[in-house]
Ligand binder design. Structure first.
Ligand SMILES: Nc1ncnc2c1ncn2[C@@H]1O[C@H](COP(=O)(O)OP(=O)(O)O)[C@@H](O)[C@H]1O
Ligand SMILES: [Mg+2]
Length: 372
C-alpha cells in the first residue's frame, strides 16, 4: 500500500466534541501529523441527545440532523487541514465514524432486529470537502452477524501489540472498551460497560458541570458498597463472548431505578460509586479473559481522570497501568486515528473488523465509499 494522508473523524457517545486527526498511513504504519477538537453547538448536542432514545417524529428530526452533522464533520476536516497547512487535494480520504444515535446489537437480544445507526451524512462531507469519504463502518459487520462494535481492537492490535508481552488497551469514552493482545495476536475485545457516561450525567444533574475534572468530586466521596453490588448485577457484566453496549443500557434512568432501593445517599458518594463501577467492570472484563495481562494502556477522555486511573490501578495490580502516550500515541486521538486507519483499509480492499471480537461470520471490508 502506498503512503497517503487520511483524516479520521470521531464523535463518541459523550458528544463532547468532534475529534479529528490527520494521519499518514503507510502499510500498517500510522503517523499522527495533526489533531483538532471541533466544537459541537449545544443546540446540536441537545438534538443528538433527544434522538438517542425513542420519541415522536424521528424521521423528520433525523434527516436534517444527519445533514447538519455532515456539514459539521466537513467543517472540522477543513479546519484541521488548514491548521496543518495542507490542501484537501493532498488527503486521500476521510474516515468518518458518525454520531451514534442508536446501537441495538445482537448481544442485546435484538436478534434479527439488531441494528446500529450513526449520523453525519457522508455525501454532505464529500460534497463540502471534495475529499473521498468512507463512512458507515459498523453496519457491514452487523449484516455479517456481528455486534458492529467495538471496531477499535483491530487497530489497537496493529498499533500497540508487542511480541512477547500481553497488553490490554482500554478506551474510556462514554462507554469503555478493551482489547486483549497476547503478544502480537488480538485475542479478544469487547465493550466493558459504562466509561464516563454515568459520571458525566450525575455531575451534570447535581453540580451543573459537564464532567468531573480529574475525578475531583468522585475522589472525595465514599463508595457505597451495597449500591455498587447492585449496579454490578446488570446482566451485561456477566456476559461472555462478543458484546457491545451503549447509553441504551447504561443511563440515568437505570441508575435511578437502582437508587430507589438506597434512600438518602450523598450525591458525592454516588459519584465515587460510579467511578468504582467503571474501574471494577473494566478490571473484571480483563481478568475474566483468561490472559495474563501485564500491561494496561488507557486512551479516551477517561485517561485524564486521576481518580478513575487510581481505582483502575488498584484493581489491576500487579499489572502496570499507563496512558497510551507511554506507547507512542496521545490518548485523546486514538479513536480518531482508528477511523483514518479503517478508511485506509477499506480503500485498499482490506478487512477492518475482527470476527473474534464482533462475532461476525467472517472478515469484511467495512464502510461505504463516497467519492470526492
Ligand atoms: N480532565 C478530565 N478529567 C476527567 N474526565 C475527563 C477529562 N477530560 C475528558 N474527560 C472525560 O472524557 C469524556 C470524553 O471522552 P471521549 O474519549 O471523547 O469519549 P467519547 O468517545 O464518548 O466522545 C468526557 O465526557 C469526560 O467525561
Ligand atoms: Mg469525545
Amino acid at each position: 500500500m502506498e503512503e497517503a494522508l487520511y483524516v479520521g473523524l470521531m464523535s463518541g457517545t459523550s458528544v463532547d466534541a468532534i475529534d479529528s486527526a490527520l494521519v499518514c498511513c503507510h502499510g500498517e504504519h500510522v503517523e499522527l501529523l495533526a489533531t483538532r477538537e471541533h466544537e459541537i453547538p449545544s443546540r446540536v448536542r441537545q438534538q443528538i441527545a433527544d434522538l438517542s432514545h425513542p420519541g415522536a417524529d424521528e424521521i423528520e428530526r433525523l434527516g436534517p440532523l444527519d445533514r447538519e452533522l455532515g456539514r459539521l464533520f466537513a467543517a472540522a476536516t477543513l479546519a484541521l487541514i488548514d491548521q496543518a497547512a495542507k490542501r484537501p487535494e493532498q488527503v486521500r480520504a476521510i474516515g468518518s465514524h458518525g454520531q451514534t444515535i442508536r446501537h441495538r446489537p445482537p448481544s442485546g437480544g435484538s436478534g434479527p432486529r439488531s441494528f446500529t445507526l450513526q449520523l453525519g451524512d457522508p455525501n454532505t462531507i464529500a460534497e463540502a470537502t471534495g475529499i473521498t469519504t468512507v463512512a458507515d463502518f459498523r453496519r457491514r459487520d452487523i449484516a455479517a452477524g456481528g455486534e458492529g462494535a467495538p471496531l477499535a481492537p483491530a487497530f489497537h492490535a496493529a498499533a500497540f501489540a508487542r511480541q512477547g508481552v500481553n497488553r490490554a488497551i482500554v478506551n474510556i469514552g462514554g462507554i469503555a472498551n478493551a482489547s486483549l493482545l497476547e503478544g502480537t495476536e488480538l485475542r479478544m475485545g469487547f465493550d466493558t460497560g459504562p466509561g464516563n457516561t454515568l459520571l458525566d450525567h450525575w455531575i451534570l444533574r447535581h453540580r451543573g458541570l459537564g464532567f468531573d475534572r480529574d475525578g475531583q468530586w468522585s475522589s472525595t466521596g465514599t463508595v457505597v458498597a451495597p449500591l455498587l453490588a447492585q449496579l454490578m448485577q446488570h446482566p451485561y457484566f456477566a456476559m461472555s463472548g462478543p458484546r457491545s453496549s451503549g447509553k441504551e443500557a447504561f443511563n440515568l434512568g437505570w441508575l435511578d431505578e437502582c437508587l430507589r432501593l438506597h434512600q438518602d445517599l450523598e450525591p458525592g458518594d454516588v459519584q465515587a460509586t460510579l467511578a468504582e463501577l467503571t474501574a471494577a467492570t473494566i478490571a473484571l472484563a480483563i481478568s475474566s479473559a483468561g490472559i495474563d495481562v501485564t500491561e494496561v494502556y488507557v486512551c479516551g477522555g477517561g485517561a485524564h481522570n486521576g481518580d478513575l486511573m487510581r481505582r483502575l490501578q488498584r484493581h489491576l495490580v500487579p499489572a502496570q497501568l499507563a496512558s497510551t502516550s507511554a506507547i507512542g500515541m496521545d490518548p485523546d486521538w486514538v479513536e480518531a486515528v482508528t477511523f483514518a486507519w479503517l478508511a485506509h483499509r477499506s480503500l485498499a480492499g482490506l478487512a477492518g473488523n475482527a470476527p473474534a471480537v464482533t462475532g461476525a461470520i467472517g472478515l469484511r471490508v467495512l464502510g461505504g465509499i463516497y467519492p470526492g
